[in-house]
Design a protein around this ligand. Structure first.
Ligand code: AMP
Length: 280
């Protein structure tokens, strides 16, 4: 496995692979990798001949009061996990390799971003789309792998790829959870012992929501009220949002039916955590 911070080296390597007729899978990440990221890499290894993982904490997708500086980083552990999973190349650029002096071109998403995380993180998806578009142009993968954990991001990337005619297949991968239900996330490291316990209210509420839907609940208002009520039983939890939207356009819906995304963001102390399920 090779590690590089240079765009030109990634381009040269991918070009050489393509010349041999090999397919390329791509997993964009911000590092501090865990089994959630690994599930995407495994899928990429399964689907493609060669796999590129990017590790880049993208400043453009963080708001001013967010955790850019404290975001956890551990390149050594990340490299080990990538190597054992069968990744061929890690792209780990410095910020100025991605955003050169005078950088002023952006990918802005007009739809899909006014609800859910777009409400509290107004510049987030512009940053995500811009960096993912750039990474796609650098890596030119056949397939790119994204987790359903960030379901709005997955919908936004699918839309961007469609709208901008990118010749890339976007593969969505299921949420990977800890044994007790908490979604695996690099941000879980911010939680102290008490908060870690309290954080279980998210997955418990997701499972409650799924159960209510399985039992026949189709009214979004009723479902969301019951889920909110459950979240409010945890004193350390502060709800950012609990909403039901259509997965394709991230617009609110009154009816719970197939392909509706039920998503939440909840603060546990100062840590903002997300979780969701999609009605199947
Ligand atoms: P991040 O490093 O947080 O930007 O995540 C990189 C990719 O890994 C995104 O597509 C995430 O949705 C995905 N991912 C992160 N955590 C999980 C998880 N617990 N299960 C599935 N995918 C995940």
């Amino acid at each position: 496995m090779k590690i590089t911070g240079k765009i030109e080296e990634v381009r040269a390597q991918v070009k050489a692979w393509k010349k041999e007729g090999l397919t390329v899978g791509f997993v964009p990440t911000m590092g501090y990798l865990h089994e959630g990221h690994q599930s995407l890499m495994k899928k990429a290894v399964e689907n493609c001949d060669r796999v590129v993982v990017s590790i880049f904490v993208n400043p453009m997708q963080f708001g001013v009061n967010e955790d850019l500086d404290s975001y956890p980083r551990d390149l050594e552990a990340d490299a080990k996990l990538c190597e054992t999973t069968g990744v061929d190349l890690i792209f780990h650029p410095e910020v100025d390799e991605i955003y050169a002096d005078g950088f002023c071109s952006f990918v802005d998403m007009n739809g899909l971003t006014k609800e859910l995380c777009g409400k509290t993180r107004p510049i987030h998806f512009r940053g995500v789309c811009t960096v993912v578009c750039k990474l796609f142009n650098i890596v030119t993968p056949d397939q790119a792998f994204f987790g359903q954990k960030d379901a709005q991001q997955l919908a936004v990337i699918r839309r961007m790829v469609k709208d901008l005619n990118m010749d890339i297949q976007v593969v969505g991968c299921p949420i990977i959870r800890e044994a007790d239900g908490l979604t695996k996330s690099s941000r879980n490291t911010y939680l102290n012992e008490e908060e870690r316990k309290a954080a279980l209210i998210l997955s418990k509420t997701i499972f409650l929501g799924q159960k209510l839907v399985e039992e026949g609940e189709t009214d979004a208002k009723t479902l969301l009220a019951k889920m909110r009520e459950n979240l409010e039983t945890e004193p350390l939890a502060k709800i950012d949002y609990v909403e039901a939207v259509r997965m394709d356009d991230i617009e609110k819906t009154d009816v719970i039916e197939k392909d509706v995304l039920v998503a939440m963001a909840v603060y546990i102390g100062t840590t903002r955590l997300i979780d969701n399920f999609i009605v199947s």
